[in-house]
Ligand binder design. Structure first.
Ligand SMILES: NC(=O)c1ccc[n+]([C@@H]2O[C@H](COP(=O)([O-])OP(=O)(O)OC[C@H]3O[C@@H](n4cnc5c(N)ncnc54)[C@H](OP(=O)(O)O)[C@@H]3O)[C@@H](O)[C@H]2O)c1
Length: 354
């Protein structure tokens, strides 16, 4: 049986070349049904440089970054991979209105967490351009799909929880993490609310998981706990003073009729000199209460000789697993119904092997 959506070549534009964008370019080049036709760079110093140079490949691929959006839309790509630090609703609407599908990692799944007006604007633009907007990274995104598929071997499923836990010491200073407030003092009023706001896209992830398993949630709750440094922590780009926040446990739960049915939890720590002495799994754990009960751990490590690898190679794994799920979704997104679509609307997304 042939899946028609992948039996052709889809023309792709990469929109920005940060941590995730660089990995997305490499994933496109490795995909047998995708062709990189253009690259957008926000930073003027990147304009005019070969995409290979921007993402650290050893030989030019002949696709040069531009800061001119019109030039890229004139290429009539099938899809834009949109990975800026934050979603720009006007910019994405313009791409969709031009009839170009968009996959994005920029903290967008259903749109609920960015507000009704922004969601309506994006949906209207997609309808006008007969285009599709799809969001996924690893989490939120792939992790909820993985949880729903994992639960598919149990019957009478009562609860599903997916938990991410990692030591983020090497990238706590990234702009991505700015809003969660590493290093804030203990008992800082408003910190838990700030973390809840910064992670609100996980509420959308609960909705995607709910849609995948046929539930309709009537409540989404968020609880935040903090761990504190037991000594000054000198990490890349910042120092967290003793006693200040160096761990976060954020639990987004989805309820039906007052009962918790779904959970998307994240625990991030900065090293192990924290109190409480939380442990992390360095991966994703899915737990399902049903018949049978199940627990699945998704372990990840870089390909190659681990002994000779530096911190960057390990760090890149997180960016790679963020970029690859939306890249692999492109053929399905390009033939999906117009509008905002999630994993619950697409066929199974698998790897595409050569
Ligand atoms: N769901 C997940 O699993 C997951 C995981 C990790 C990250 N993410 C999300 O993925 C997105 C990209 O993350 P990242 O680590 O790749 O981010 P990043 O490297 O910090 O930034 C991405 C790019 O954004 C562009 N940019 C920076 N400031 C900008 C501005 N003021 N206006 C427009 N563009 C600007 C730059 O583009 P140029 O390089 O072209 O100049 C930059 O390289 C973020 O929204 C992040 O939260 C999602």
């Amino acid at each position: 049986m042939v899946n028609q959506s992948v039996e052709r070549t889809w023309k792709v534009v990469q929109w920005t070349t940060g941590n995730v964008g660089r990995q997305a370019i490499a994933a496109v080049l490795a995909h047998p049904n995708l062709e990189l036709v253009g690259v957008y760079a926000h930073d003027p110093s990147k304009v005019g440089r070969d995409a290979a140079d921007l993402c650290g490949l050893d030989r030019p691929i002949g696709v040069v970054a531009t800061g001119d959006a019109d030039e890229l839309l004139a290429l009539r790509p099938d899809c834009v991979i949109y990975t800026p630090l934050h979603i720009d609703v006007e910019e994405v609407s313009r791409i969709l209105r031009a009839g170009v599908n968009v996959v994005t990692t920029s903290e967008f799944l259903t749109g609920t967490s960015i507000g009704a007006d922004a969601t309506k604007a994006l949906d209207s633009a997609a309808q006008a351009g007969a285009a599709t907007l799809f969001g996924s990274g690893v989490n939120p995104g792939f992790a909820e799909l993985f949880a729903a598929v994992s639960a598919g071997i149990s019957r009478d499923v009562r609860t599903i929880t997916v938990s991410e836990s990692a030591d983020v010491a090497m990238f706590a200073n990234d702009p991505n993490f700015e809003a969660v407030g590493w290093g804030r003092p203990p008992g800082d009023a408003g910190h838990a609310a700030a973390v809840q706001a910064a992670t609100a896209v996980f509420a959308d992830a609960l909705d995607v998981l709910a849609a995948l398993v046929g539930l309709c949630l009537d409540e989404r709750t968020c609880t935040v706990e903090f761990a504190h440094a037991t000594e000054d922590l000198d990490i890349p780009g910042m120092v967290i003073p003793k006693g200040h926040v160096a761990g976060m446990d954020v639990r987004w739960d989805g309820l039906v009729g007052g009962a918790t049915r779904l959970g998307v939890h994240v625990r991030w720590v900065i090293g192990d000199r924290i109190e409480p002495p939380w442990t992390v799994e360095f991966g994703y754990v899915v737990e399902v209460a049903g018949d049978p009960n199940l627990r699945i751990k998704l372990d990840l490590w870089p390909d190659g000789d681990l002994a000779s690898m530096g911190v960057d190679e390990f760090r890149d794994v997180g960016m790679r697993i963020t970029a690859v799920p939306p890249v692999n979704a492109i053929p399905a997104v390009c033939v999906a119904e117009a509008g905002i679509r999630t994993y619950a609307d697409l066929p199974v997304i698998a790897a595409r092997m050569r």
